[in-house]
Design a protein around this ligand. Sequence first.
Ligand SMILES: Cc1cc2nc3c(=O)[nH]c(=O)nc-3n(C[C@H](O)[C@H](O)[C@H](O)COP(=O)(O)O)c2cc1C
Length: 314
Amino acid sequence: MIDLPKPFFVLAPLDDVTDTVFRQMVGSCAAPDLYFTEFVNVDGLQSPGREKLLKKLRFGPQERPLIAQLWGKIPENFYKTAQEIVAMGFDGIDLNFGCPEKSVVKNGCCIGMINNRELTGEIIKAVREGGAPLPISVKTRLGLKEIDYTWHEFLLKQSLNMLTIHGRTAKEMSKVPVHWDSIEHIRQLRDKLSPTTLIVGNGDVLTRQQGVELAKKYELDGIMIGRGVFHDPYVFASSGTGESPWITKSKSEKIALYRKHVQLFAKTWQFGERPLPTLNKFCKIYINGFDGAKEMREELMSAKSTKELLTLLR
Ligand SMILES: Cc1cc2nc3c(=O)[nH]c(=O)nc-3n(C[C@H](O)[C@H](O)[C@H](O)COP(=O)(O)O)c2cc1C
């Protein structure tokens, strides 16, 4: 079992963003209490296309505790993958029952599982058997088109170690304010149905201080932050003043941090597993908030290799 403070802070899974490189960068700025991998499809992993997906399961010794997040449709593939996750040395397994992408939902996966509780139960059972003794958690939303607490009641009856709620329905995507009162209601259901399941709230949290206040107000065990890291890679830093160290960083410190990211990227993905343009979304994080940042970003984003990029950053 993972030992966590209260409230604890989690770096959200962000596909094509929170890979081993970015997790190490966030960890070197200010580490969260828990990391997640990007979501990995078990049906793909147990197919000939497996090699392409394995990059999502790479991790370094600093990124701990680390939860592998899985999605898919076939219980047997969840079972086999869970066995592999144990052998790879992860600290837990999370099931993505929340992704709202249309093609995925149409196929009955992720939040689409809400309409197939029998299969959901089979998947959880398969992961529990294949993934023993690791803790098992679920990340989900409030519902598909409407809020549906029968889904959360069902999940809470599965004896999960942790349940993360992004406080919107799939239909709402990220377009409306997060329904923190609904997350609170699910926490109350937890109190009745499964007191040992940790409840994590997620959605639009931009600072640690905001997370601390939300956890206190709604009596949550943890807070998950995703896009907040785009605004502040030090978002998990705890300081007495509530101010992030990021606001004190100079232009040269920000450039040095991006340089570190590019170096780590070049070292980690030597065989082109992640294409160079992947770096562009990170450029905006670091090269930001100083005079000439926009022009500098344009120049950096035109680089054709990591070598050229590192020369420009020098
Ligand atoms: C680019 C991107 C990729 C995402 N990938 C995943 C994923 O792989 N697994 C998952 O459970 N959620 C994924 N999400 C959802 C986030 O984990 C999180 O629930 C959502 O962004 C709301 O939290 P935030 O407002 O703190 O970002 C993704 C979101 C974004 C923006």
